[in-house]
Design a protein around this ligand. Sequence first.
Ligand code: ADP
Length: 485
Amino acid sequence: MRKLLSRHGLWFAVWLALTAAGGIALARAELSRQREAFETDARIAHRLLSQRVVQHDAVLATLALLQPAASGDPAEQRLPSLYPQILEVKRRDAATPWGDARLEAAEAASRAQRRATLADADFALGRYRLVLAAQPASFALLMDLRAVVPWSEWPMPVETSPVRLTLDHAGQSFVVQPGHAAATGWQFEFRKHLAADSQPFDVVAARTVGWRDLPWRWMLVWALGAAALLAAIRSFERQRAERRRAEDLLRLGQVARLNTLGELAAGMAHELNQPLTALLANTQAAVRMLDENPPETGAARDAMQQAVQQGRRAAEVVGRLRRAVERPDLAAQLQSVVLQDAVRNAFYLLEPESARRQVVPRLVAEPGPIAVRAEPVALEQIIHNLMMNALQALEQAPVAQRELTITLSAEPSTATLTVSDSGPGITPEVLPRIFEPFFTTREHGLGLGLSLCESLAQKMGGQLQARPRSPRGAEFRLTLPLAAP
Ligand code: ADP
């Protein structure tokens, strides 16, 4: 169960990591896209405003150039109808002073700097005044800030844009567009002087990208996509594992069948030996008949020859069968096998069988691998058979009491693998016969499993013992020599 949980946990962790990585990448891409759009808009706004304010310098310069104008309907008074941002044009002829200290000071500064200068600005009202000193008359413009903004070319929707844009000057701020700022998030800022010395205003744009502005929908799509991908990989993995398990079971089954054949042959040899012996005895009897008086020579010879021939044929058949099914010499194939690995493999192969009976096999071993000298397939077969027997026995126990434990221990020169279960156990009548070929108490049993296991164990230089386990159940102990270090 814990293994199952940890496997689920691993997949979940991978999904979480993928989702987080993808989410962060998507959020970063979106933020950088937003920042780029913000900066582009702010730069366009700055350029447009700069173009406008430079016009004001040009208007003043033109007025100065064109004078002296005719009195009466001076041309400058028609300017506001051409330029809506110009609210009023004032003109001071050489003789008359402005009568306004700000304009006087600005004119002096304009004269000194030989360019238009700012007289004053009232951003709360959205007004400012520009003065250009010239001869014989100087000019002053009263400007409407709101009309300075070229709305028809404006790059952002003024009411709905999340960008706040202001014109700042000497602690005053004129709001061009209010923007919609999120409470928390990522801040973008843009600040740049207008490109006209006479109107030294700053274009200040700001935008806060809030959590809500992140591309949640795409992030969700990504998370679902990652989950689907992982699920596909997982099911592919599972299918592959199932296939491998099926192949392994098939291989074990084939080995089992071969071995069963071997047992059968051994049984048959045993069966055939008796008639053979009888046959030989008959022949000897025929010989004795010949010694009688009068000897029945002809008939006795015929019978004897036939008997000898049959006997030979029978012996030959047995011999051939035996040679054909004789198991390869295991002793030649012994190698170092780690018991823990063999047990884990058997657990894995029998996972469906165990699950079907609601049994969770347990492996109890001291830390460190225990290596024995064994033939890997034979060892696998023994563990598989013993576990399968235990699982079958456990069917007769209540679910809550079902226990299957494999214990490993190492002595100085041998290792012991004990398969114990909490099933009904072995009765004293059954115990002495349990390793006999064809002995079974099960309805569809062959009774060859344990005898095969025992002979396999012996061929590997080990032994297999059975005994009842207290308070209930059975215990099978397989002892094998340790592999040379
Ligand atoms: P089969 O499983 O075909 O009967 P086996 O040689 O594997 O042949 O087993 C022989 C008999 O030994 C079984 O029929 C059963 O009575 C007994 N046996 C084997 N393992 C156990 C066990 N774990 N608990 C109780 N009885 C067992």
